[in-house]
Design a protein around this ligand. Structure first.
Ligand code: SF4
Ligand code: SF4
Length: 286
């Protein structure tokens, strides 16, 4: 099962539009499953015409939070300064834990001599899958508000995707280079970087390229809205060449991308004249 991850570093580059159209085109010649790894703000399903209620959501318990046993606590204060996340303050003779901030690292339970602190598993989200009207499945996850453990939810949705009979998995990574992005790119065979010619996107692209180098994942580049800043477009191409990242396609800015999002359709379905840009990606990637 080949795994291709799409990432951008920066949000707002049009990655979801690109991924949804790529999925439609790739599904014509591959048995495909698509994974929306953006568990904080999942919206790839929407662009593919799948609504939230169409998913078979299942609760997941991939986070741990601290619990204090008041009967055991002697008020020794040994736990008070151990937390790196400023979770613990001092109350009426006992520590007070702000559970919203707790990362479940367990350090306070280790230093407590009375065994008064433990960790309990709590629900931190949902995972689910659904059929798209384009003949392939989408697997997605949702992190609960204020919950931690987004990377673990990404691991779970990838595991679910691997259970489907597919020869290609297309992973849509979230923005940034944090834990859920690492969970999305790990083990991928190839990465598609989507950027736009702006200073902030270029800066985030450099970080994404560095991340992929650490994982030794070969990558190709798609420059979206390539005509909005010709000077920066050239800079990005020069950077890609220097880093051994192959330029796969340059997609000019077109309002049809916005219209297609409004109509909840991949742009190649909304207007098939855009297929040429996606065929460039496949031809240059082969
Ligand atoms: S489990 Fe870790 S993050 Fe949570 S309160 Fe204890 S030390 Fe802080
Ligand atoms: S280390 Fe344990 S016993 Fe001491 S204050 Fe903290 S919870 Fe209570």
């Amino acid at each position: 099962m080949r795994k291709i991850v799409v990432l951008s570093g920066k949000g707002g580059t049009g990655k979801t539009s690109i991924t949804s159209s790529l999925a439609v085109i790739l599904s014509r010649s591959n048995k495909l499953v698509v994974v929306d790894c953006d568990v904080d703000t999942p919206n790839l399903g929407l662009v593919l015409g799948v609504k939230k209620d169409d998913f078979n959501w299942k609760k997941v318990y991939e986070s741990e939070k601290v619990v204090l046993d008041h009967d055991k606590c002697t008020g020794c204060k040994k736990c008070l300064s151990i937390c790196n996340f400023d979770v613990i303050s001092w109350g009426d003779g006992v520590p007070v834990f702000n559970k919203f901030l707790c990362e479940g690292c367990g350090a306070c339970s280790i230093v407590c001599p009375e065994g008064a602190v433990s960790l309990e598993r709590i629900q931190n989200g949902f995972i689910g899958s659904a059929d798209t009207s384009y003949g392939f499945k989408i697997v997605s996850g949702r992190l609960l508000m204020g919950a931690s453990g987004s990377g673990k939810i990404v691991d779970l949705i990838r595991e679910r995707a691997s259970g489907y009979k597919a020869d290609l998995v297309l992973l849509d990574a979230p923005a940034g280079i944090g834990c859920p992005v690492i969970a999305s790119v790990r083990g991928a065979d190839y990465a598609l970087l989507v950027t736009e010619p702006t200073p902030s996107a270029f800066s985030d692209l450099k970080r994404a390229v560095k991340l992929l180098k650490q994982f030794n994942i070969p990558a190709g580049l798609i420059i979206n809205k390539s005509d909005i800043n010709k000077g920066f477009n050239e800079k990005i191409k020069a950077f890609a060449k220097e880093k051994g990242v192959r330029l796969l396609s340059e997609v000019p800015y077109d309002y049809a991308f916005v219209d297609s999002l409004v109509n909840l359709k991949p742009v190649v379905v909304y207007d098939n004249s855009f297929e040429k840009y996606f065929k460039d990606i496949m031809n240059n990637n082969s």
